[in-house]
Write a protein that binds this ligand. Sequence first.
Ligand code: TXA
Ligand code: MG
Length: 332
Amino acid sequence: MPIYKYDDQSLKNAAELIKKGELVAFPTETVYGLGADGLNPIAVAKIFEKKNRPAFNPLILHIADKNTLKDYAFYEDPIIDKLTDKFWPGPLTLVLPKKDTVPDIVTSGNETVAIRMPNNEIALRLITLSERPIAAPSANKFGHLSPTDAEHVSKSLGNDLFILDGGKCAVGLESTIIGYKNGIFSLLRPGGIPIEEIEKITGALTIKDKEEISPESPGQLPFHYSPEIPLYIINRSGMSDKNFLNSLGNKKVGLLLFKEDNPDIESVLHNYSKKILSESGNLAEAAANLFKFLHDFEKEKVDLILTEPVEPSGLGLAIMDRLKRAAERYKI
Ligand code: TXA
Ligand code: MG
């Protein structure tokens, strides 16, 4: 099955497939999702199979109406309502105690469920027309880059999948995931909503360290966002990495810069292709371009990617999180 441009007919066909327990890849504002009927365990199992995803990694349930949150999760704290009023629809995922309505395969046996309401008209219409919540991880093979357009999805998951094409994702980074336990809010994954915005409502978030995050949110394992090619984060002047840069010789380098040229580094490289995440230094634009540019470097078949760090505040925190994860196994 090829890629289908979004219109009323393709949307209807996609919803029929979801109802029949089949998979559909669909756009959200963050990244494309690989969706299945979230209340049908056999349909959900197909997601794990298609992604080669370890069964211990739980999925996010996508809803189209804030009021249905209570159908799947327990909570009383009014701060949760404040969060959903402020950020839904949008790139915020809440992890809350689950109700029995949610099949165990969705949560990988956890007593909690991750839920969000995406801010994308196509996603919302698909969920509404399917008449059930849609369980969906990012629509890529496990451990690969998240897709931000329909072509990225077909490249990673192949052609025997119905892909609803809604163009490029507006945010381009996965949702921010917030946990809630005993009245305490914690950050499980930085993402499309800056934590500073969330903390205005929740107060300071507990930020767990990597080791602690891993078992609870296994998608947080290092390497998770690695593109196929090595990625190295070097400091902006490149001075401390001079030996390394000199050793590259004629290797083809994908140079990922934040907002402007970098003469210090460029003067040492012989063979490189350069991409600038946001020429105006806008973090939202940088986030939206991040996965796309990494995909583009893969297409260009560069031998390695060099990138400079971004200030880790606001959306910069999520950008640095993804870059560090991609870089983890390729430490110099
Ligand atoms: O923006 C997004 O969040 C995208 C779009 C498609 O909605 N989805 C996405 O899903 O990024 P995925 O599966 O690639 O990442 C979901 C993350 C994983 O790291 C998973 O471990 C964590 O959410 N997660 C899901 N349920 C959880 C739970 N009950 N407790 C803790 N972490 C959970
Ligand atoms: Mg993912």
